[in-house]
Design a protein around this ligand. Structure first.
Ligand code: COA
Ligand code: AMP
Length: 622
């Protein structure tokens, strides 16, 4: 039997046994004897371990002390730094001592608002070492978003740096953090700031302590024993409202699932080099820049740059070549950006990247054209795979490590062992044939998936409420006749902009606050580069000119949510199309923005609103 099929069959036959067997690849203080436990809603409830020990110390003890654990590549600052597992252990243990000296202990929260530098990775692992719960906040979010996360997580400590480097721009963090601390209701007892030479912060009035000074005084801290179900981290992600959802990940299930995925999904062997070109502020960064490759004894690349412009569209390939990357993971947007600048591959190396075996894509739907271009360029399998912050690791993929080679451009592949998928209609009935429906997954979810939402049990339960017995992914799609799953888009108001998950509801909330906006609607429109971009339709109420209102809307969305939201296209319209019950017809607006035919909905109250927008946008021929 094919290894993938055997794995699926074994998992379905006895999931507890399957995952308990997988758990033997992790070093436990007390090995688990129980798999899934319904009462505590957790995997391996009697297991005890430390995630940092499994990511770092055990490799030092196990013969990998002199192997590179982390390679930091920062093309803009021109820095390249390597850390062996032994060096990583020393850095992490001392960082853990520095954090503990601030009064942080097991179960305390630590917010990490930092750029893509080695200290960020040390800080995450250091929290894991002492049982503190880290919550990394993506650097592209504005102060109100950081403040919301501070208020929700109520951290004892905030870790930051003097600046981020975003493409060729230097982003000073001090004003952002100071503003966030002022906006937050929760008083953060301590702030530590890592000074970067590119731009130093002013610590004159003592708003933050100097990281390096504190580190110099710190004593290395040891790994503390944690229960498998103790939280490892909180990662906030966009929900359907303006309030982010704090996805909580445990220690034990996470370690088992991530280590398993490295070998069986990605086909990576210990000692090889893995690079996920993402950001530690997203789940891809948590799972595949930090934890999984280190659990597996691999070498990770930490890349502080962009696919293009740092300095050019050849940099990704040079990083792969220089570091002998075996498996590479990125978002389709990044490949589209490279292709746009280097369609003919003038910057693609003549060596043809001998170490590279496969490229994995996720974060948004991978369009077949991009996949085909990259396969042609590299001659390697390009594997689209699907997952989400809530799940923490791939749920649909071509499991290269289980010998699977089946691929179909446009599909995210097959269920990964542990996940059983269904496509249901809105009444919860299976959709027949290749019909599109709601994608749901059997409960319980496998190890590694979210075990709750921080201080939001109601929100957590909601994900299991619409289809009893299933987890509702929020994505729509279908299963084709060959068993390939196709994920077509969200069923809610979440959009993916350049692989970044954002909420249009949140953007509407921000725009509604702008003086002179009486109502607004934001939809995700197709975009050649970013996959999707937000497009806003606003109705004016004030006296200012259209240009002034547009400028004010863009500036407010940027200062409230952050540059990453990319709210740049605003149409000031006379009225929004609505149903007779007053619901905004966002699907009609989406069709208009995408230049598609608009069928007048039978429930529409004001058809003239659609006519007027079509005329205004000069798409009246549709
Ligand atoms: N800190 C501060 N600002 C940030 C930021 C960060 N960490 N990340 C993004 N931003 C800013 C950008 O500078 C940009 O600002 P601008 O509007 O002033 O130019 C804005 O947020 C939008 O950023 P982005 O969507 O990344 O667009 P871009 O035009 O700067 O770059 C790509 C386009 C395609 C090169 C880029 O989006 C990219 O690399 N995408 C791949 C994303 C990815 O790997 N996602 C992983 C998820 S798995
Ligand atoms: P995030 O939680 O930020 O990882 O975003 C998860 C969402 O991104 C999913 O629910 C999907 O909507 C989308 N997504 C991620 N990977 C893919 C993919 N391979 N194909 C289609 N959509 C994807």
């Amino acid at each position: 039997m094919h290894e993938y099929e055997k794995s699926i069959a074994d998992n379905i036959a006895d999931p507890d046994r399957f995952w308990l067997e997988a758990s033997s690849e992790i070093d436990w203080i007390a090995a688990p004897t129980i798999g899934w436990d319904e009462d505590s809603n957790s995997w391996f409830p009697d297991g005890q371990l430390n995630s940092c020990y499994n990511a770092v110390d055990r490799h030092v003890d196990g013969g990998r002390a002199d192997q590179n654990a982390v390679i930091y590549e920062s093309p803009v600052t021109g820095r390249r730094q390597t850390f062996t597992y032994r060096e990583l252990q020393a850095e992490v243990a001392r960082t853990a001592g520095m954090i503990a000296a601030q009064g942080v202990g097991k179960g305390d929260r630590v917010i990490i608002y930092m750029p893509m530098i080695p200290q960020t990775l040390f800080a995450m692992l250091a929290c894991a070492r002492i049982g503190a719960i880290h919550s990394v906040v993506f650097g592209g979010f504005a102060p109100p978003e950081l403040a919301k996360r501070i208020d929700d997580a109520e951290p004892r400590l905030l870790l930051t740096a003097s600046c981020g480097i975003e493409g060729q721009k230097v982003i000073p963090y001090q004003p952002l953090v100071v503003e966030s601390l002022a906006q937050a209701r929760h008083p953060v007892p301590a702030v530590l700031l890592f000074q970067r030479e590119t731009l130093r912060a002013d610590l004159g009035d003592g708003w933050a302590q100097d990281w390096s000074e504190q580190l110099a005084k710190a004593k290395p801290a040891e790994c503390v024993p944690l229960m498998s179900s103790d939280p490892l981290y909180i990662l906030y992600t966009s929900g359907t409202t303006g309030t982010p959802k704090g996805v909580v990940r445990d220690n034990g299930g996470h370690a088992v699932a991530l280590e398993w995925s490295m070998r069986h999904v990605y086909g990576l062997k210990p000692g090889e080099c893995f690079w996920a070109a993402s950001d530690v502020g997203w789940v891809v960064g948590h799972s595949y820049i930090v934890y999984a490759p280190l659990f597996a004894g691999a070498t990770v690349v930490l890349y502080e740059g962009k696919p293009v412009g740092t300095p050019d569209a050849g940099e990704f390939w040079r990083v792969i070549e220089r570091n002998r990357v075996s498996v590479f993971f990125t978002a389709p947007t990044a490949i589209r950006a490279i292709r746009k600048e280097d369609e003919d591959g003038a910057l693609y190396p003549a060596s043809n990247l001998p170490s590279l075996r496969a490229v994995f894509l996720a974060g948004e739907r991978a369009d077949p054209d991009t996949i085909k271009w990259l396969e042609k360029r590299t001659g390697r399998p390009v594997i689209d795979h699907w997952w989400q912050t809530e799940l923490g690791w791939p749920a649909l993929a071509t499991c290269a490590g289980l010998g699977d080679v089946r691929r179909k451009a446009g599909s995210a592949g097959f269920p990964v062992p542990g996940y059983q998928f269904h496509v249901l209609d809105d009444d919860g009935k299976p959709v027949s044939g290749e019909g599109v429906g709601n994608i749901v997954i059997d409960c319980p979810l496998p190890p590694g998936c979210f075990k709750g939402l921080w201080s939001n049990d109601e929100g957590f339960q909601k994900a299991f409420a619409s289809y009893p017995g299933y987890y509702e992914t929020g994505d729509a799609g279908f299963c084709d006749a060959d068993g390939f799953m196709h994920v077509m888009g969200r069923t809610d108001d979440i959009i993916n902009v350049a692989g970044h998950r954002l909420s249009t509801g949140q953007m509407e909330g921000a725009l509604a606050e702008v003086d002179g906006v009486s109502e607004c609607a934001v939809i995700g429109a197709d975009d050649m580069l970013k996959g999707m971009i937000p497009v806003a339709f606003v109705v004016a109420s004030g006296q200012q000119s259209e240009a002034e209102l547009v400028t004010a809307c863009i500036a407010h969305a940027r200062s409230e949510i952050g540059a990453v939201a990319s709210v740049k296209t605003i149409h000031v319209v006379g009225a929004l199309p609505k149903t007779r019950s007053g619901k905004i017809l966002r699907s009609s607006l989406r069709s208009i923005a995408n230049g598609q035919d608009v069928t007048m909905p039978s429930t529409i109250e004001n058809p003239d609103a659609i006519e007027a927008i079509l005329a205004q946008l000069d798409v009246s021929d549709h």
